[in-house]
Design a protein around this ligand. Structure first.
Ligand code: SF4
Length: 278
C-alpha cells in the first residue's frame, strides 16, 4: 500500500477519516478531549502536512547536536549496568519485577516490563505506565493504547506481530494526588539500563519514540527540547534509525496533531523500507 493510501487508512483509524463512524470514534477517544468526528475531518484537511521524503543524509547525531545539550546523568554502579547488559530476557524480566532502584517501586502495583515479539523489527517506546498499565501490567492499555493499536492497523501491523512496545520507566510515576506524571530525571536514569538491554536484545530495524520523554531519554537531549524540533528527522540510537512522534495520550488531547503523527509514521515506514534486511 502506498503512503498516500495508507494515509487514508490512518486518518480513518485515527478518527479523522470520512468513513469513521461516530460510534467507533466515541469508543476510541476520550470524551473530554476530542471534538465530534465531522470537526476532526475538517481539522485533518486543514492541518495535514506534506509528507516529506526521509532525510537520510541527516541521520542524526549531527542533526541532534544542533539543538541539543547533554542531559545531566546521574552515576550508576558500573557493575549494575554491566550486569543488566549481560542479561537474557528471563533474567531481565526477573530483575525488573523486583527492582527497587528508584522510589517508583514504592507506589507501583506492579512493574510493566514491555510486550510484543522479542525479535520485532519495530520498537515503539513510550514514557511510562499510567494508571491502567499499572493495574494490568501491560504497556499502552486504555484509550491511548487503543489509539496506538489503530496506528498499527493503519501501518499494516498488529500489536505483538513484528512489534514490541516498551516504556522508559517500568513503574508508574504519580504525583502527590496519585495522578500520572512524567518520570523525573533520576527515575529515568535509574531505569534506562533495562530499556537499553531490551533494545539490544530486540535489535529492531526502526525505533519510534512516542513523546518527549522517550525521545529525549533515548537521544540524550536537553530536557527543554520540544518534540516539534525532533520530528521529521531520522535520528540514530546506537546506530539504529529512530523516529520521533507524539505520544498517543497527547494526540487524544490534541487531535489536530494526528495528521502530523501520520507524517511521522510515513517517515518511519520509508526508513524501514530502506533499512530492512530481507
Ligand atoms: S522505575 Fe525502573 S528503576 Fe525505578 S523501581 Fe521501577 S524498574 Fe526499578
Amino acid at each position: 500500500m502506498s503512503c498516500q493510501n495508507r494515509r487514508v487508512a490512518f486518518l480513518t483509524e485515527m478518527g479523522l477519516g470520512p468513513v469513521w463512524s461516530q460510534r467507533g470514534a466515541a469508543a476510541l477517544l476520550q470524551p473530554d478531549d476530542d471534538p465530534p468526528v465531522n470537526h476532526l475531518a475538517a481539522i485533518a484537511v486543514v492541518a495535514e502536512p506534506d509528507i516529506a521524503e526521509p532525510n537520510l543524509s541527516a541521520w542524526s547525531h549531527a542533526e541532534s547536536a544542533k539543538i541539543a545539550a547533554p542531559v545531566p546523568t546521574l552515576s550508576k554502579p558500573a557493575t549494575l549496568v554491566t550486569d543488566v547488559m549481560r542479561m537474557d530476557w528471563d533474567q531481565l524480566k526477573s530483575a525488573v519485577s523486583t527492582c527497587t532502584l528508584c522510589d517508583l517501586c514504592k507506589s507501583r502495583t506492579q512493574t510493566v516490563f514491555g510486550a510484543g515479539y522479542q525479535k520485532a523489527r519495530w520498537l515503539f517506546v513510550g514514557e511510562g505506565p499510567g494508571r491502567n498499565e499499572d493495574f494490568q501490567g501491560e504497556p499502552f492499555v486504555g484509550p491511548a493504547g487503543k489509539l496506538l493499536d489503530n496506528m498499527f492497523v493503519a501501518m499494516g501491523m498488529k500489536r505483538g506481530e513484528n512489534t514490541y512496545i516498551a516504556n522508559v520507566v517500568k513503574c508508574r510515576p504519580t504525583d502527590a494526588n496519585k495522578r500520572d506524571r512524567a518520570p523525573a530525571a533520576e527515575e529515568v536514569n535509574a531505569c534506562m539500563p533495562y530499556l537499553e538491554r531490551q533494545i539490544a536484545l530486540i535489535n529492531p530495524t526502526v525505533i519510534v519514540a512516542l513523546g518527549k520523554t522517550a525521545a529525549l531519554s533515548l537521544l540524550k537531549l536537553d530536557p527543554a527540547t520540544p518534540v516539534s524540533k525532533l520530528r521529521g528527522t531520522v535520528h540514530r540510537y546506537a546506530g539504529l534509525p529512530l523516529i520521533v512522534t507524539y505520544h498517543p495520550a497527547y494526540l487524544l488531547r490534541s487531535p489536530a496533531e494526528k495528521s502530523k503523527a501520520w507524517a511521522d509514521l510515513c517517515l518511519a515506514m520509508q526508513t524501514y523500507a530502506g533499512s530492512a534486511v530481507v
